[in-house]
Design a protein around this ligand. Structure first.
Ligand code: ATP
Ligand code: MG
Length: 444
C-alpha cells in the first residue's frame, strides 16, 4: 500500500512523542481497491491535547475535539487525526452518550461500521485487519463489524451508509447485514434529514445505485414514501414496458454522474401514482408533471437541500416532459428560464427518460442532441436574451413621449419578444421605430 508522505510525516511526528498512529478507514479500503481515497484519516493513541501539542507548529482546525478529532494541515494536506475511541452506549439510535477515549487500536477498529471500513495501516507494521475486511473486499460485500441489528440500533444512519457503500463501490450486502437493513429500516426516522441527504446523494451517484435502490426500495421508502409509491405501479401503456419505479431505475442507469441530473431522473415521474386514469386505450398520467414538481419541491425541502440544487432539480422535473424543438427561437426562450448548465442537465434527463421507454419509443429525438450546439451558437452570437441587453431602454421610451408607468414595461417586453422571435433585429433604430408605432397604436 502507498500512503502520501504527508500522512507518513504525521504518523512519525506522533510516534516521536511516544504515541501510536495509523491511517484508517476509507483511505485503507480505497487504496486496497485501487481507488483514489477522498481523504486520509489518522487514528492515534494520543489524546486530543497531545495531538495538538505534536502539531503545535502546524495549522490546526478544530473539527470536534470533544469527539477526539483535530484536522491538521501538513504541507498543504488536511489530515483528520482522531484519538482511539470507544463509543460506549448510544442514545436515540444516533448519538453515543459519551465518547470515551481508548488505549487500543483494537477497540477503535471495533467501533467502526463495516469490516471494509475497519482496517488500519502503518508503513512498517502493515495492515491491521481484525474483522476480515480484506476477505470482504475480495468478495465485494458490505458486512457490519459485529451483530448487524445491534450496530444499526446504536446508530440508524449505518443502515443508509451500508447501501451507500454498496452503491458506490459496486458491492452487495452480506446476507445477515442485508436482513438487518430491511428489518431495522424504521430506525432511519431517528436520523436528522441532513445526514440522510448526505448519504442518499452519494448513494444515487454510485455505479450500482439502480440495483441497490431496487433491492432496498422499502428502506428508501422510509424517507421517500413518494418514490416507494411508484414501486410496482403498472403503466398499462404501449409506450412503457416497466412499472413506474422500474422505469425510473432504468432511466437512472443511463444517467451521467451528476447530482442534479440523478435527483431529477429519480424524481421525474414521482407524480404519476397520483395522476393515473384509464380509458379504452390504456393508462394515462395527465398532469403528472406539475404534481411531480410539487412533490419534488416538498421532498427537497424536507431533506434540507440547498436552494440552488432544489431550484435546478425542480425545474428539471417540471420540464422533463417538454422537449424543446431545435429552433433558435424556442431555445432562446428556454435560455431565459434555465442556465446553460441546466439546459444540458435537462437534455440529459430527457435522454435517460426516453431510453427507459418500450422498444420502438426509446430513441431520444434528434433535436435533443442538437440543443447543446444551439445554446453554444446563441451564446457565441451574444444574442439578446433579456431586457438588460436589449438595444433600447425605458429612458429611450420616455424620450419618445411614453408616459411613466406600466406602458413602458409592457412595450419593452413586446420589443424583447420581437427580438427573441427574430421579427426585429436588436438594433436601436429599428426598435425605436417599432416603439413609435406601438405608442401610436399602429403596431400589429
Ligand atoms: P468516504 O470515501 O466517503 O470518505 P469513508 O469510509 O472515509 O468514506 P467517512 O464517513 O468519511 O467514510 O467515515 C470515516 C470512517 O469512520 C469510516 O471508514 C468508518 O470507519 C468510520 N465511521 C464513519 N461513520 C461511522 C458510523 N456512523 N458508525 C461507525 N463508524 C463510522
Ligand atoms: Mg472519509
Amino acid at each position: 500500500m502507498q500512503i502520501p508522505k504527508e500522512a507518513e510525516r504525521a504518523i512519525s511526528l506522533l510516534e516521536q512523542k511516544g504515541h501510536e498512529a495509523f491511517v484508517v478507514g476509507g483511505c485503507v479500503r480505497d487504496s486496497l481497491l485501487g481507488r483514489a481515497p477522498n481523504d486520509w484519516d489518522v487514528t492515534t493513541s494520543a489524546l486530543p491535547d497531545e495531538v495538538a501539542e505534536c502539531f503545535s507548529d502546524f495549522r490546526l482546525v478544530e473539527t470536534g475535539r470533544r469527539h477526539g478529532t483535530l484536522t491538521v494541515l501538513v504541507d498543504g494536506m488536511p489530515l483528520e487525526i482522531t484519538t482511539y475511541r470507544n463509543d460506549g452506549v448510544y442514545l436515540d439510535h444516533r448519538h453515543p452518550v459519551e465518547v470515551t477515549f481508548s488505549k487500543t487500536l483494537d477497540e477503535d477498529l471495533a467501533r467502526r461500521d463495516f469490516t471494509v471500513n475497519a482496517m488500519a495501516y502503518h508503513p512498517r507494521r502493515g495492515i491491521v485487519d481484525l474483522f476480515g475486511g480484506r476477505e470482504d473486499l475480495a468478495a465485494r460485500r458490505i458486512r457490519c463489524v459485529g451483530d448487524p441489528v445491534t450496530r444499526f440500533r446504536e446508530d440508524g444512519l449505518r443502515i443508509l451508509r451500508a447501501l451507500r457503500f454498496a452503491a458506490v463501490l459496486g458491492f452487495s450486502l452480506e446476507s445477515e447485514t442485508a436482513k438487518a437493513v430491511h428489518a431495522e429500516r424504521s430506525l432511519l426516522s431517528f436520523i436528522a434529514p441532513e445526514r440522510i441527504r448526505e448519504e442518499f446523494c452519494k448513494l444515487i451517484c454510485g455505479v450500482n445505485a439502480p440495483a441497490i435502490l431496487r433491492e432496498f426500495s422499502d428502506v428508501i421508502g422510509e424517507f421517500l414514501p413518494e418514490l416507494a409509491a411508484c414501486v410496482g405501479f403498472a403503466q398499462n401503456s404501449k409506450y412503457h414496458c416497466y412499472d413506474v419505479f422500474e422505469h425510473t431505475l432504468v432511466a437512472l442507469s443511463h444517467a451521467r454522474r451528476d447530482l442534479p441530473v440523478r435527483l431529477a431522473v429519480l424524481l421525474h415521474d414521482v407524480g404519476k401514482p397520483l395522476c393515473y386514469t384509464e380509458d379504452e386505450e390504456g393508462g394515462h398520467f395527465k398532469g403528472h408533471g406539475p404534481v411531480g414538481t410539487e412533490l419534488t419541491e416538498r421532498i427537497l425541502r424536507r431533506l434540507r437541500f440547498d436552494r440552488k440544487t432544489a431550484e435546478t432539480v425542480t425545474k428539471l422535473v417540471e420540464r422533463h416532459d417538454h422537449i424543446t424543438p431545435a429552433e433558435e427561437k424556442e431555445v432562446k426562450r428556454l435560455m431565459q428560464k434555465l442556465s446553460d448548465e441546466e439546459i444540458l442537465a435537462l437534455v440529459e434527463v430527457q435522454r435517460c427518460d426516453r431510453l427507459a421507454h418500450a422498444k420502438g419509443y426509446d430513441e431520444p429525438p434528434t433535436s435533443l442532441a442538437e440543443l447543446p450546439l444551439l445554446v453554444k451558437r446563441i451564446r457565441e452570437k451574444d444574442a439578446c436574451l433579456s431586457l438588460k441587453t436589449l438595444a433600447v431602454s425605458g429612458d429611450d421610451l420616455l424620450s419618445l413621449g411614453y408616459p411613466e408607468g406600466r406602458e413602458i414595461g409592457r412595450t419593452l417586453s413586446a420589443l424583447l419578444d420581437a427580438v427573441l422571435d427574430e421579427r426585429l433585429p436588436n438594433d436601436r433604430d429599428a426598435l425605436l421605430a417599432e416603439a413609435r408605432l406601438i405608442i401610436r397604436g399602429d403596431a400589429d
